[in-house]
Write a protein that binds this ligand. Structure first.
Ligand SMILES: [Zn+2]
Length: 266
């Protein structure tokens, strides 16, 4: 009897302690913030996740995520596992014709350059800092725009199926000032990458980064701290772009998320 009572007490107690809250949809491409009580530890799909001092953590779901999300919480020696279903999305098919041939299928002489670009981008995206800027509300990078591309769409370039589009495209006149969507630190600032042209990566902490591409001017340097709304450069059509637009990306480390899960588009 005594043991049963003890069991019941521990059971209820551990349930109360494991209070976890989520902000964001459990849907493909989504950015999610979790909040735990102080002193807990959390793993998402067996990956150890950094927590802020006040118990916040960030993660996100891949475009094609099918399996449930497994959230393991350790608190005061007890382990609690939560499984969450992931909603599926339908993605558009986007055809772009009239691209220069060398942009669709790069010539062998630029392979080395593309490889170098990819290494730089991969490194910047793998940075894991204790900044907690990701907790705040993101803003749009330009004021006046037309959305010409959305996350997840399957791209067919000059009739050839290519990788899906992971960004949101903001069309605006060339030279339009571009703002930081959130406080952060610049982890990459390149003027001329093969596919992405003028490229900036911002670290917002815990593996959450934003990336801007096709910029005309890049007016920030690696290591520089920026505030939300700071002008970091101008909109352009550098790299693989058919016309002036800003393509923005949202990442949780190597996982590419839908930027529209943190901003409102008109
Ligand atoms: Zn794009």
């Amino acid at each position: 009897m005594k043991n049963v009572l003890l069991f019941i007490i521990i059971f209820f107690y551990s349930n109360i302690l494991s209070a976890v809250e989520f902000k964001g949809k459990f849907e493909q491409g989504s950015f999610i913030i979790g909040k735990l009580t102080k002193g807990s530890k959390v793993e998402i799909d067996n990956r150890k996740i950094r927590l802020t001092k006040d118990g916040y953590f960030a993660f996100g779901l891949d475009r094609d995520r099918k399996n449930n999300v497994v959230i393991k919480i350790r608190e005061n020696g007890s382990i609690k596992v939560i499984e969450k279903k992931v909603l599926k999305r339908d993605y558009k098919i986007q055809r772009i014709d009239g691209l220069p041939k060398k942009q669709v299928t790069p010539p062998p002489e630029v392979y080395e350059r593309i490889k170098k670009d990819n290494i730089l981008i991969g490194k910047a995206r793998s940075i894991d800092t204790s900044y907690d800027y990701f907790k705040d509300k993101f803003i749009n990078p330009v004021d006046k725009y037309i959305i010409t591309g959305v996350y997840g769409s399957q791209r067919i370039l000059n009739g050839k199926p290519r990788r899906p589009h992971y960004g949101v495209d903001f069309h605006a006149p060339e030279g339009t000032p571009v703002k930081a969507m959130m406080d952060g630190e610049i982890t990459l600032a390149e003027k001329d990458m093969y596919f992405t042209g003028g490229t900036i990566i911002f670290d917002h902490g815990h593996g959450i980064s934003t990336l801007y591409m096709h910029m005309k001017d890049v007016n920030v340097k690696v290591g520089q701290k920026v505030k939300q709304g700071d002008i970091v450069g101008t909109l352009g059509k550098s790299g693989r772009a058919t016309g002036p637009h800003l393509d923005i990306r949202l990442n949780w480390f190597e996982v590419k998320l839908d930027p529209a899960s943190v901003i409102k588009l008109k």
